[in-house]
Design a protein around this ligand. Structure first.
Ligand code: SIN
Length: 192
């Protein structure tokens, strides 16, 4: 079921006192940067891992046939590397709309490659949101992704662009890579 979190997010943090805010991106925010930023730098957060466990009814699927996109799941001992952007607080108006299907903003500590640490915001779709799909095998997730498409394009494009973005960051994510391997065998272009 879709789950619009736009109104809740507006109430969650008062950003009016900030000149700029760090945003941590781990999914589409790595490769689809449709917002202005002041600075961007690779960073990681601790205790979280990426999982294709969130339903997408608005971007990579439809309300009738939702796709699967990333959220973060608490995983002690793991780190999740992504891209951090320093943005003006008003950019969250756009981001809240883009990430509206089940994602809530949380403050998190993030660490940059030079060891510097900053607090920033991250969008996480928690397990209690109505659009949450939960675990499945890599093969099942790949099959689901291969068959899904929404207003932002094919679900497979989300995964393949993310995999490219992670490669550019020098990151190998076994969850993403496992699904990618299955997906490549399912896509028409890889059968030619
Ligand atoms: C993110 O990229 O940080 C949030 C999830 C997404 O938009 O894919």
């Amino acid at each position: 079921m879709p789950h619009d979190t736009t109104a809740i997010n507006k109430q969650r943090q008062d950003l009016s006192q900030h000149d700029s805010v760090w945003l941590f991106g781990y999914g589409s925010l790595i490769y689809k940067v449709d917002f202005p930023y002041l600075q961007c730098q690779p960073a990681y957060i601790e205790g979280w891992s990426r999982r294709f466990w969130q339903g997408s009814h608005d971007h990579r699927g439809t309300p009738e046939k939702p796709g699967r996109v990333l959220t973060l799941i608490e995983t002690p001992g793991e780190i999740c590397t992504g891209m951090a952007y320093r943005v003006s607080p008003d950019v969250f108006e756009h981001l809240d709309h883009r990430e509206k299907n089940g994602y809530l903003r949380f403050f998190t500590p993030m660490t940059f490659s030079d060891g510097d640490k900053q607090q920033g915001l991250v969008y996480i779709a928690t397990e209690d949101n109505a659009a949450f799909m939960g675990p499945a095998t890599d093969a099942e997730i790949a099959k689901h992704i291969a068959q899904s498409e929404g207003p932002s394009g094919k679900n497979s494009e989300y995964l393949l662009k993310l995999a490219e973005g992670l490669e550019q960051l020098g990151v190998t994510d076994p969850h993403v890579e496992g699904i990618r391997q299955h997906l490549l065998t399912l896509l028409p272009e890889s059968r030619q």
